[in-house]
Design a binder for this molecule. Structure first.
Ligand code: XBP
Ligand code: MG
Length: 230
């Protein structure tokens, strides 16, 4: 069967964004007077919880603190998103090696492109402008993001939403991920997954991945030809 679409995770896959997310969380916590600070070790553990709002709630629970009201979490997270967006707009990030070339090659072959991410649509837009000089909708045919689905990764929901919007069957698409939760999500949606581990996910278990590569420069050309399925 001919391959028809590529579906990209965002954080860790298109760019090494997580440390900027981490520092944006810390700035929002400092401004709010909460007194929280997530170092890299703490953040690495918290990344098992997908979604920033969910991560804030998990930290309170893990620290034995009373649960934060939903409005407080929403306010903190919205401030964190604004800080992250300002940093990204300053050009703080670059695409991971091979990302630009793969997107160009896929376009040249008539493949459709999508995003399936746990982060918010505004973060996808900010990152897309920074990495590619164009908003998300100008680079990707479909963006499935964050709170658009009931259950975030590792649930399949966001990949299923991307496939539905693409109008493509899972057997005719290929996913790109950097984390175990991402692989579980894509696999549960019936997709094959290529993994390029990122700074925070190097030690993840990528069982189920079709291929694990240091970066996308090494993607075998035949993976873009057909799906290997009949
Ligand atoms: C990564 C995530 C996100 C980011 C922060 O998702 O789990 O929560 O860490 O973004 P993916 P938000 O790799 O699937 O893109 O604070 O906007 O959730
Ligand atoms: Mg990721």
């Amino acid at each position: 069967m001919r391959l028809r679409a590529l579906i990209f995770d965002v954080d860790g896959t298109l760019a090494e964004t997580e440390d900027l997310h981490r520092t944006a969380f810390n700035k929002a916590f400092a401004e709010s007077g909460l007194g929280w600070h997530w170092n890299r070790t703490t953040y690495g553990q918290l990344l098992q919880v997908t979604g920033g709002k969910e991560r804030i709630a998990a930290h309170a629970a893990r620290s034995g603190l009373p649960p934060l009201p939903a409005e407080t979490i929403a306010r903190l997270h919205s401030r964190k998103t604004a800080i992250y967006g300002e940093e990204v707009a300053r050009g703080a990030l670059g695409a991971r090696p091979g990302v630009d070339a793969l997107i160009a090659k896929a376009r040249a072959r008539g493949l459709r492109l999508a995003v399936a991410t746990t982060t918010s649509p505004e973060n996808v837009d900010a990152l897309s402008l920074c990495l590619f000089g164009r908003p998300g909708a100008a680079v990707f045919d479909v963006i499935a993001a964050g709170d658009e689905v009931a259950a975030k990764k590792p649930a399949p929901d966001v990949y299923l939403l991307a496939l539905e919007r693409l109008g493509v069957d899972a057997s005719a698409a290929l996913a790109f991920e950097d984390s175990r939760n991402g692989v579980l999500s894509a696999r549960a949606a019936g997709l094959r997954v290529v993994v390029t581990p990122a700074l925070y996910t190097e030690s993840d278990d990528f069982t189920g991945a079709t291929l694990v590569l240091p970066d996308l420069r090494g993607l075998p050309a035949d993976l873009l030809e057909d799906t290997g399925r009949t």
